[in-house]
Design a binder for this molecule. Sequence first.
Ligand code: PMP
Length: 414
Amino acid sequence: MAAVPRVTDAYDVMRIREDFPILARRVNGRPLVYLDSAASAQQPATVIDAVAGYSREHHANVHRGIHTLSQEATALYEAARERVRRFVNARSASEIVFVRGTTEAINLVAQAHGRAQLEQGDEILISWLEHHSNIVPWQLLCEQTGAILRVVPIDRRGVVDNDAYAGMLGPRTRIVALAQVSNALGTVLPLRELLELARRRGITTVVDGAQAVPHQRVDVQQLGCDFYAFSGHKMYGPTGIGVLYGRESILESMPPWQGGGEMILSVSFSGTTYNHLPHRFEAGTPNIAGAVGLGAAIDYIEAVGIDRIGRHEQELLASATAQLASIPGLTLIGTAPQKSSLVSFAVDGIHPHDLGTVLDSEGIAVRTGHHCAMPVMEFFGVPATTRASFGLYNSRAEIDELYGAVLRAIRMLR
Ligand code: PMP
């Protein structure tokens, strides 16, 4: 397996960039400026090599083989689970369920936990800034059980109304499901306080951590949540792998979700007996290579240091915010005091897709659209925004490039 990068004390972004082969690409004849990490972050060579190394040298199915490769594959898969456990500080690896991504994790909770627990008239509380994957699974559950979905409002900055939230926690609230960071606005929610209020009432708490884990230290025990969902591809890992953390006592109480191989208690030929959890929720052959890649991504993040990454990205955010805000006719969408690593904006008279196309012609990759958060767009009265999102490999020079290119694009499109 590839070695973990050696990182010195200073945050040397140019050195870090060398770890990401794709950043050497040119796009439309220009050096790539990748500002779409909130959709999918790029992978360091260590992740690419870990996946390739697994496929070249260790691949076999996990958990049911006596032969050497199967045992190696199982060891690598379970080692990745342990890395994830440590990364989010879960009490036990039994609490770490590998899934396809955040979307699958939330659907799992809705169907395996919610469907068994909720009755007609029970309430599920979410916020206005949620991604569709933290809205639609609950709407489906409401259709199936007769439960009611309630939505906590946000203000014009994109901040969730804490008082409204507290007032909406009622005797019938059974589930609170909140993002830790908004993918459309960048708002960081004060989750510890919000979840504490729910926990005191015995309400099940679910966190969509997709936009949090790449940027800030996450400790599920400190947060006190029952479930925490995230995706590998937003944290420098492969696509098709993600994690559902579930508090052991609550996972134990849940019926299985999907049926098939792996999800029943069994004894392997090598004599290893696995606990009922987490395999009950991993029916069928899992994404072994993906888990190995995710483990390598965590190693990479830890080698650079999540706190240093967060500080670097806050500098990028401050610089991007100041520069873009100075552009006449440009409105920042999402101005919460606590923000994570992205800027979303609208420009008077210019459709975001046109802006995005012009930026792409200069090699600058941003995302334009509703960002799977249509209620947020509706709230701000825009059909779409342009979003530039930052990762640990972005530089101040790239923010300057973005600023210059936006100015040029506005001149061209007006
Ligand atoms: N929640 C948030 C906040 C997201 O940003 C995303 C991805 N855009 C998701 C959920 C869904 O993640 P995935 O597509 O990896 O399942």
